[in-house]
Write a protein that binds this ligand. Structure first.
Ligand code: FES
Length: 160
């Protein structure tokens, strides 16, 4: 299946918001990623031009920061924490079940672009271990049952 079409007309407005100077590159890229779900490779040249940079400099920043992706991700990006606090509280079995439920390995996106599975070093909510995020929503004190039911809610949203 092809990745969802992107509407590049939105890029002009994003660039306008950020073209004050080179130091705006990261906020601009964050804006682009928020809008399209990733940084489409075809946006690199117009971004570089607007900020007076070389495309290779923009590309370099994108590849340096793991938070930026040049590949389309799913509508729902699931990030399972594999940090120490979460590990101690059983995040390994949460991740194993998540892989099984989604049929994905870490870093993979489902063919219908609904889900992407990632792991992170710490979600900054260790007191809620084990934790995961789906897009901007946090889920803590996970058990296999709770994780399955959270995932079920997101799947239901899709079928509605
Ligand atoms: S180790 Fe998982 S939230 Fe910090």
């Amino acid at each position: 299946m092809q990745p969802p079409e992107i509407d590049l007309t939105k890029l002009d407005a994003i660039i306008d918001r950020h073209k004050i100077g080179k130091w705006e590159l990261i906020p601009l890229l964050q804006d682009v990623q928020e809008t399209f779900g990733y940084v489409p490779p075809e946006t690199i040249e117009p971004i570089a031009e607007a900020l007076n940079l070389f495309p290779a400099q923009v590309q370099g920043v994108i590849t340096f920061y793991s938070g930026f992706s040049l590949k389309p991700k799913g509508k729902y990006v699931c990030r399972v924490c594999r940090g120490t606090a979460c590990h101690v509280k059983g995040s390994r079995s949460i991740l194993r079940l998540m892989k099984h439920e989604l049929g994905l390995e870490e870093g993979e996106t489902s063919p219908d672009y609904q889900f992407t599975l990632e792991t992170v070093a710490c979600l900054g909510a260790c007191f809620l271990a084990p934790t995961m995020m789906i897009n901007r929503d946090y889920f803590g004190k996970l058990s296999p049952t709770k994780m399955t039911s959270v995932l079920g809610e997101y799947r239901k949203k899709e079928s509605e």
